[in-house]
Design a protein around this ligand. Structure first.
Ligand code: HEC
Ligand code: HEC
Length: 270
């Protein structure tokens, strides 16, 4: 029995004997020293990975910037706009087709597609040779017809980017407004001057005053004599005086040439 107690009592002595002397205090010291080292290492690792993520983001942004800069000309100009500029149309008619080089040049943007195509062909082949058409004839001499087709659609639908056309506010009481109805201009050009009777007739709203006067005078005098269409208008111009032409042009300059309506979104019923 006694030996049983002895063996129990001896157990703690054996445990203590396994650790070298002073081990208990070493343990405490190592905890005091190791803990801060661990903290420093962990925060170091964390900030390291945070920094590298920031760096990675910065690098990605830089790469993105380089790619976007390279794409910029393509993003800004549609293929049709590139064609418009490559044929230098913009130098006389403006990048927007609304602000021509000279006030005696036409406002192109949102002009009737069929009419534009007809004018391009007739200026090229010399049928329309009035006023300053010759300066443009030299430019379009080598432009192929398939480019005219693209340009006509572009001018009608895209050029001008929805910017307003028409200076100031039209005055329905003005002499020009009265004449526009009384001289039956509305029959061919529409009450609003933007809904022409035929696809090959022009929208006359929003033209600069100088350009409109020049064209009306040239049609009246037979200098602008490109085809049958223009003859219809010539027929009534002998009833319109030079003074009235000035009043009509002043009114047309104020008339808006609105952007085409966006295509209607079909509602889906489910
Ligand atoms: C050097 C200047 C110049 C260049 C370049 C030029 N045009 Fe013109 N354009 C004119 C002038 C000026 C007129 C009006 C002529 C007149 O006095 O009747 C005109 C008339 C037109 C008309 C008829 C407008 C109307 O309302 O009757 C169209 C359409 C047209 N240009 C499109 C173009 C296109 C497209 C290009 C490029 C392929 C182009 N022009 C290049 C000067 C230029
Ligand atoms: C019988 C139809 C008809 C009548 C009426 C008529 N026009 Fe025209 N007008 C035309 C046609 C067609 C053209 C373009 C001819 C062409 O070059 O093909 C034109 C061209 C014009 C132009 C030049 C447009 C441009 O972009 O170069 C102006 C401005 C104009 N008309 C104003 C008037 C005014 C103002 C009246 C009334 C006094 C009038 N027209 C009456 C058919 C008509």
């Amino acid at each position: 029995m006694a030996s049983g107690f002895e063996s129990l009592d001896s157990e703690p002595d054996v445990l203590i004997a396994k650790c070298p002397p002073g081990a208990e205090s070493m343990n405490r010291y190592s905890r005091i020293i190791l803990l801060p080292i661990l903290v420093v290492m962990v925060t170091g690792l964390l900030s390291c990975s945070l920094e590298s993520r920031d760096e990675r983001r910065a690098r990605a942004r830089e790469r993105q910037g380089i790619i976007l800069a390279a794409l910029e000309p393509l993003v800004v100009d549609s293929p049709s706009m590139q064609l418009y500029k490559s044929h230098t149309c913009n130098t006389c008619h403006g990048d927007d087709g609304i602000t021509p080089l000279l006030p005696s040049y036409p406002v192109l943007a949102r002009q009737n597609e069929g009419y534009v195509l007809k004018q391009l062909r007739e200026i090229k082949n010399g049928e329309r040779a009035n006023g300053q058409s010759s300066v443009m004839a030299a430019v379009v001499a080598n432009v192929p017809d398939e480019d005219f087709v693209v340009l006509a659609a572009f001018i009608a639908d895209e050029l001008g980017d929805g910017a307003p056309i028409g200076k100031g506010t039209p005055d329905p009481e003005s002499p020009g407004a009265t004449l526009f109805k009384r001289k039956t201009c509305t029959a061919c050009h529409g009450k609003d001057a933007v809904t022409p009777l035929l696809a090959t007739y022009p929208k006359v709203a929003g033209h600069g005053k100088e350009y409109a006067i020049q064209q009306m005078m040239d049609i009246k005098n037979g200098i602008r004599a490109n085809g049958m269409n223009v003859l219809g208008m010539k027929g009534i111009m002998h009833l319109v005086t030079e003074e009235e032409i000035g009043q009509l042009a002043a009114y047309l300059e104020t008339m808006p040439r609105p952007a085409p309506e966006p295509p209607a979104v079909e509602e889906t019923t489910e």
